[in-house]
Design a protein around this ligand. Structure first.
Ligand code: PMP
Length: 370
């Protein structure tokens, strides 16, 4: 008998699936993964080095499995930026919010269970759900093509129909940049009595004034989970730290699925040092929002259709051939994201000089691609 192929050995539900694959190219202007374009400030670098140096001598031991100091620092941070005070028992963290989401899906999704999100949204939500064997349902944001706001009635209808165990609401949403009100979150929550509802707030610090956080709903919504990250506004993508706030019971359930000691001593030390300097780490948020708004305006002037954004990126529509524009931008040293929506590209807001380059390129390309 011949040996089975690796594909035959692979789980059936993973055969033919594609992996997450944002290109990592060495280009002068990388605006494709919604990172911060600003380096970590020197003062913070020094604090990180000091903390990591102290941790280094103890690397013979496993880290604090409960990462209690880090959870306390994250709770303090949330209190400072949102006014919502949570005990450490309601905080959880992992290696990026991707891992937080993976813990949630492992605990509440899985074979025979259903996860639902509203597409287009963050491409990892279905990948993480399916990775845990969960059936994924691609919900619609609106019946009209090209409308990116979430239609609450349609959302409620789809939730009622599919009776999911896990619901993803991404706000501000990647890749559209659109945010939803807490009323929408409440309506979805009420329509999904058997689900944990994840509000993915990876970009919330960039939201325009008046956009609430779902953290405010936690006290009387025990099935709600608010997921956040240090990768975006906090300018710390390389450190891989994401976190969530939820009920004690939900946080406890994460312990059933996480690998022991999942946050290394080095990661904990690094994150604590950065959280000691939260103001410096967040200092560029307003500047980035200004660049985002410049991109929206310039795209409009170039005859394109940008979606006004509450995040650190802009989804630009109206392109004749999105892939051709993507390539033309790359030829100018600017890497942006083709998110797979026809006639659209997503551009991260970076420094003023990067925006200048984007605007010059879009203006230049407008006659051929708009
Ligand atoms: N959620 C959303 C909506 C995102 O866009 C991203 C990153 N692109 C993440 C979560 C994951 O980020 P990280 O794992 O770096 O925290």
């Amino acid at each position: 008998m011949s040996e089975p192929t690796i594909t035959q050995l692979l789980r059936e539900d993973l055969r033919g699936q594609s992996a997450y694959g944002a290109p990592q190219l060495d280009v002068p202007i990388a605006l494709n993964t919604n990172e911060s374009s600003y380096d970590v400030p020197e003062t913070v670098v020094r604090s990180i080095v000091e903390r990591v140096e102290k941790a280094a001598g103890g690397l013979n031991r496993y880290p604090d499995r409960e990462f209690t100091e880090l959870r306390a620092a994250l709770a303090d941070y949330l209190d400072r930026v949102t006014g919502v005070r949570l005990p450490v028992e309601q905080m959880w963290a992992a290696n990026g919010s991707n891992e937080v989401l993976s813990h949630i899906v492992q605990a509440f999704g899985g074979p025979g269970r259903v996860a639902l999100g509203f597409t287009p949204s963050y491409s990892m939500h279905p990948i993480i759900a399916r990775g845990a064997g969960t059936t994924w349902v691609d919900g619609l944001r609106d019946r009209r093509e090209g409308v990116h706001d979430l239609d609450v009635d349609l959302a409620v209808e789809q939730v009622r129909e599919h009776r999911p165990n896990v619901v993803f609401v991404c706000t501000p949403n990647n890749p559209t940049g659109t945010a939803v009100s807490n009323d929408v979150v409440r309506a979805i929550y009420d329509a999904a009595p058997n689900a944990v509802v994840i509000v993915d707030e990876a970009y919330v610090e960039f939201a325009r004034p008046g956009t609430p956080s779902a953290l405010e709903l936690l006290a009387d919504h025990p099935r709600l989970i608010v997921s956040r990250t240090m990768s975006k506004a906090f300018a710390f993508a390389g450190a891989r730290v994401g976190y969530m706030a939820a009920s004690r019971e939900i946080c406890d359930a994460m312990r059933l699925v996480r690998l022991p000691y999942h946050l290394s001593s080095v990661t904990q030390a690094t994150a604590l040092a950065a959280l000691d300097h939260a103001d410096e780490m967040l200092a560029m948020v307003d500047a980035i929002k200004a660049q985002r708004d410049r991109i929206v305006e310039a795209a409009r002037v170039a005859g394109l259709t940008p979606t006004p954004s509450d995040a650190n990126f802009v989804l630009i529509g109206g392109l004749t051939d999105a892939h051709a524009t993507w390539q033309a931008l790359l030829d100018r040293g600017i890497l942006v994201r083709d998110v797979g929506i026809a006639h659209h590209l997503r551009i991260t807001a970076g420094t003023p000089a990067e925006t200048d380059a984007v605007i010059a390129a879009l203006t230049d390309l407008a006659p051929t691609h708009a």
